[in-house]
Design a protein around this ligand. Structure first.
Ligand SMILES: NC(=O)c1ccc[n+]([C@@H]2O[C@H](COP(=O)([O-])OP(=O)(O)OC[C@H]3O[C@@H](n4cnc5c(N)ncnc54)[C@H](O)[C@@H]3O)[C@@H](O)[C@H]2O)c1
Ligand SMILES: [Zn+2]
Length: 353
């Protein structure tokens, strides 16, 4: 078991993250006396509920189940959850338990931030991606008007319980998705990069269980320094500007696969414009290719580039802002004119495919 405490600037909010096995049968069961005293609701999705309903029912807490999938990360689901929270009589002292992947975590966190102007939220992330990334840091959101994460809030969970036993039921594709974010962290942290490079089977469950706390630590360190993404936290956007744009043009690729493709492109862009370590960037690309099973041949690169220009993290007109890997454990922010970015993407696509 490993426990972390994240304290944010100003000291107003604090999150405790606990990495341990058997969260449903042990941790939450142990919390039941205070959860019942204040009132609590479990929020989960249809897949997680189908797999874990026996353990969930044993907690004897009210449960609200959403239909699984990003397409349900909507205002309808958010308001259906808020309605349920009101109907079961949650109070200001109550707790919402978000048990699921990043979709459940993002909607649950947002509902907890809105209900009575903010109640406590416990995140129980059940996907690899949610454990190493989305459950840590307090970002919450729903998709709105066709834009991903357009409406959201910063709301730190009081607890995050990360339990690797949930990975046993995860499809390989979801593991690959989580590995996309893990490789992103490895591009920011030399020690994690060495651990991944030395590991034969990156999908091995025991290995993944061992590196989840490392990833949480990396993200927590960044979030503590910059909780509301004014500067440093944008480094976590590595691979994501190009990755998100690819994601919007390709329905058949998962977020993690797009992030890995984004990282591949952006490390080559870095080499064209900045002082970089060529041998290291080659090793990073080799690591990415061990997880990525698509070659990105079908990407509509011009459309993706145009969508990257609309990214909400860009600060200047006709400029694309990237967070790129440069040397082992090092990154840089790079601002590129749109025309240069499109040219780079097209040329790199030729090199890669
Ligand atoms: N808030 C943040 O900082 C942040 C960061 C990264 C991503 N996100 C968000 O996270 C979401 C993606 O998260 P995700 O990849 O976890 O997606 P997800 O929540 O849709 O989960 C992926 C799939 O796995 C299923 N699932 C969940 N746990 C399972 C388990 N233990 N066994 C079997 N199946 C299981 C789900 O039902 C779903 O079908 C996106 O909406 C993204 O915007 C948020
Ligand atoms: Zn991501």
């Amino acid at each position: 078991m490993r426990t972390f405490h994240i304290k944010l600037k100003g000291g107003a909010q604090k999150s405790t993250i606990v990495c341990r096995k058997d969260v449903l049968a042990k941790q939450l069961k142990g919390d039941l006396s205070w959860l019942n005293a204040g009132g609590a609701l479990i929020f989960t999705d249809s897949n997680v509920y189908a797999l874990y309903q026996r353990q969930i029912k044993k907690l004897s807490l009210p449960v609200f189940v959403m239909a699984a999938g990003e397409e349900h990360k909507t205002e309808e689901t958010l308001f259906a959850l808020l309605k349920e929270m009101a109907e079961v009589g949650l109070r200001r002292t109550s707790t919402l338990i978000a048990l699921g992947g990043g979709v459940v975590g993002d909607i649950g966190g947002l509902a907890a931030s809105l209900y009575m102007r903010g109640i406590a939220c416990i995140q129980v992330p059940t996907t690899l991606l949610a454990q190493v990334d989305s459950s840590v840091g307090g970002k919450t959101a729903i998709d709105f008007c066709g834009v991903k994460n357009l409406i959201g809030a910063f709301h730190q969970p009081v607890y995050v319980y990360a339990d690797p036993t949930f990975f046993k039921t995860l499809p390989a594709r979801e593991l690959r998705c989580g590995l996309g974010e893990i490789i992103k962290h490895a591009a920011l942290n030399a020690e994690l990069f060495d651990k991944l490079s030395a590991q034969d089977d990156l999908f091995d469950m025991d290995f993944l269980a061992r590196i989840v706390p490392d990833n949480i630590q990396i993200k927590a360190d960044v979030v503590e320094k910059d909780p509301t993404e004014r500067g440093l936290r944008r480094c976590l956007n590595l691979g994501h500007t190009t990755g998100h744009a690819i994601e919007l043009t390709q329905n058949d690729l998962s977020h993690g696969e797009c992030v890995l493709l984004g990282l591949l492109y952006e490390s080559r862009i870095a080499a064209r414009h900045l002082q970089t370590d060529g041998a290291y960037l080659a090793a990073l690309s080799a690591l990415i290719k061990r997880v990525l099973i698509c070659d990105g041949k079908s990407i509509d690169i011009e459309r993706a580039a145009h969508l990257a220009l609309l990214d909400k993290k860009n600060t200047k007109q006709d400029t694309v802002t990237l967070s790129v890997p440069t040397k082992k454990g090092e990154f840089a922010f790079l601002e590129l004119d749109y025309a240069d970015y499109v040219r780079d993407l097209k040329e790199i696509r030729e090199e890669l495919c």
